[in-house]
Design a protein around this ligand. Sequence first.
Ligand SMILES: NC(=O)c1ccc[n+]([C@@H]2O[C@H](COP(=O)([O-])OP(=O)(O)OC[C@H]3O[C@@H](n4cnc5c(N)ncnc54)[C@H](OP(=O)(O)O)[C@@H]3O)[C@@H](O)[C@H]2O)c1
Length: 337
Amino acid sequence: MTTIGTTTLGSSLTVSDMGFGAMAFAPSYGGTDSETALATLHHTVDIGVNFIDTADVYGDGDNERLIAQFLKDRREEVTLATKFGILRDPGARREGGASARGDRAYVHTAADASLRRLGIDTIDLYYMHRRDTSVPIEETVAAMGELVAAGKVRHLGLSEVTAEELRAAHAVHPISALQSEWSIWSRDVEARIVPAAAELGVGFVPYSPLGRGFLTGTITDFESLGPNDFRRRLPRFADGALQRNSGVLDAVKAVASEVGATPAQIALAWLYAQRTEFGLSVVPIPGTRRAERVDENVGALDIELNEAQMAVLNSALEHVEGERSLHPHWVSQGRES
Ligand SMILES: NC(=O)c1ccc[n+]([C@@H]2O[C@H](COP(=O)([O-])OP(=O)(O)OC[C@H]3O[C@@H](n4cnc5c(N)ncnc54)[C@H](OP(=O)(O)O)[C@@H]3O)[C@@H](O)[C@H]2O)c1
């Protein structure tokens, strides 16, 4: 039985060593019914994974409403993170037909709406989901700081910001957590953002730590993805890229069989190894609809990879085909280069 300890993000936000990505219940990758979702959430918190990640945009508010049902009885056991800033806008030409908003008035409106949907008084960790490049980040973060002062939010986080944006934000109000994509096949953040977070004492919350499911080895063919599955549109899955990325998976599977673990566990263990590599707090938030996969994923906390195994996993990067995002400027990668 794995012991799940705690990690502190920033100066004082203490969370379980592994979090849980509740987007798994939203339609993005197929979705599930609320009964299954609630059962998975109960199991997740029962075993000690109590850092739950959602966003106002997941299921257009439905994901927060679902979490509200869970929080009714178990609010005190959970560290709840949600996000604002992505708007569904069919006319927008950003990823998935979305655009970003970060002006002061919007930050306040969005927070009040999330609190209402979640049925709680305070959000433990409130992230800016995407940067609205038409608004200075200082304005957005100052507004988020006002939410802290008003007692509506406890800690602040940012998602997909550049190192420079992180520094500017942190100077306005302490940032506890940075949530960006980081995994064996998405490593652009290592160049500047991860070192900046380490220097500032900001914790890192890698999203899509299992490569949106790819690194688990269970997505064997493109046609198995449902017709509305968001991954169908991503450059690493579409137009045969899924098959051509098999070299990445070969490396993960080779280490998995040597260690006697599953590919998902190896992908997560690789992220935990980055704690010592870069000297910062790392708390991944894998998402799954299935309770038994939460058990499997926490098993990563028992795995220590040796140097040779890390070298094999690090070499997987050579085999990655396709950008991690539909539009690189939608994430930090496009603005860093
Ligand atoms: N800040 C952002 O912009 C952003 C972007 C994306 C995601 N996120 C957050 O990060 C969380 C995680 O990212 P993600 O959902 O994109 O990707 P992920 O955690 O890398 O992968 C999720 C996928 O892996 C599958 N999976 C999970 N554990 C598995 C296991 N042990 N074996 C086989 N398959 C497994 C799940 O399928 P099943 O459900 O079928 O198990 C799901 O389709 C999200 O839930 C969300 O909260 C944030």
